[in-house]
Design a protein around this ligand. Structure first.
Ligand code: PLP
Length: 351
């Protein structure tokens, strides 16, 4: 986020060390067996040539098995799965293959700060999605639950409404499931594709970044509508020419090996959420999932004043859209110690 980067750089120049609760990068990497799979793959001389451009069939089988076991969704690995270098890539590809210049893409507001780049790349017009009561005509709708930045889990019925909207208008739906496994308070992860008719009108993006701590590895999936999947694979073929085979092999190890680390990560963020939200008394603060807490800035405070006067960095809400103004996002993807120091400074700032 440009604003955050600017103020962080300025603040880092002098004074007391900054406590950074602005980041959105998992603080721990994947479990050892995943790293070992990468190393073993890279040690084989035949691993270094081109991998199949559309991804290893075994990797597609692995994500299909996970969708069956964890989300109760059956997918066809040959027609309904594309392998992509991270879901961010797919956010862009989806816009390019589904939307014509000048058409409208509706984005969550507030929403992930990279969605507008997809709109710009497609030469599309950006609209705001704030609910189905007041939805404007559009070629495509981006949804994201649990949400970055608001940390909201999917409201009941929202996916069925999206399918109904798409069926009625001819629009297409992208559900960004980057934080899908990180839900709290005994919620079950909810896949868009578990809803009847979803795969007729849209796709879901699954990321290896947050569930498995593999953000820098660049591995993710587009799942669902077979026509969109095949268009995304076309882009993959010509633009990326495949993903390094050992990265895909390590992805198979992550998806099919022991899953304890996924639950450990989820439970860690829930524990930190349980520490952070009550520590901010009198402040409207929420988190139903992800590794963020979304909170309203008390009168007289801004992300900048927190940074410069109180030496704690949070992500300013307006960076996520107009409706984020007056709010801010703090990250739980930090060490317990950093979180404690950050909370101390926030509490002092809130007075
Ligand atoms: C909502 C959301 N979608 C997508 C991404 C990108 O994830 P990936 O690493 O799979 O590209 C992020 C990363 O922060 C995110 O917050």
């Amino acid at each position: 986020m440009a604003l955050l980067a600017r103020v962080s750089a300025a603040a880092a120049r002098d004074g007391e060390p900054l406590v950074d609760l602005g980041r959105g990068n998992p603080e721990t990497g994947p479990p050892p067996h995943v790293v070992e799979a990468l190393a073993a793959g890279a040690a084989r001389s035949e691993a270094h040539g081109y991998a199949p451009f559309s991804g290893l069939p075994a990797l597609k089988e692995a994500i299909v098995a996970r969708y069956r076991d964890v989300y109760g969704v059956e997918l066809d690995p040959e027609r309904e799965v594309a392998v992509v270098p991270g879901s961010k890539t797919a956010l862009m590809e989806f816009a390019l293959v589904c939307v014509e210049r000048g058409e409208t893409i509706l984005l969550p507001d507030p929403g992930y700060a990279d969605y507008p780049s997809a709109v710009a790349l497609a030469g599309a017009r950006r609209g705001s999605f704030t609910g189905f009561d007041s939805i404007e005509p559009a070629a495509a709708l981006y949804l994201n639950y649990p949400s970055n930045p608001t940390a909201a889990a999917a409201p009941p019925g929202v996916f069925a409404q999206a399918v109904e909207w798409a069926g009625r208008t001819g629009g297409v739906v992208l559900h960004d499931f980057a934080y899908g496994d990180l839900v709290f308070d005994r919620r079950r992860p909810e896949s868009f594709l578990a809803v009847d008719g979803a795969r007729d009108v849209g796709v879901e993006l699954f990321s290896m970044s947050k569930s498995y701590g593999m953000a820098g590895w660049r591995l993710g999936f587009v799942l669902g509508n077979a026509e969109i999947v095949s268009r995304v694979e076309e882009v993959q073929d010509h633009v990326f020419a495949g993903i390094f085979r050992p990265v895909q092999e390590a992805g198979i190890a992550a998806l099919t090996g022991p899953q304890e680390s996924v639950e450990e990560r989820r439970a860690t963020y829930e524990r930190r959420r349980d520490r952070a939200v009550p520590a901010l008394p009198g402040v409207e603060a929420r988190s139903e999932g992800t590794f963020f807490v979304w909170f309203r800035l008390p009168d007289g405070l801004s992300a900048e004043s927190l940074l410069f006067e109180h030496r704690v960095a949070v992500a300013p809400g307006e960076g996520f859209g107009e409706r984020g103004r007056g709010w801010a996002r703090l990250s739980l993807a930090v060490t317990d110690d950093t979180l404690e120091r950050g909370l101390e400074r926030l509490v002092a700032a809130f007075g």
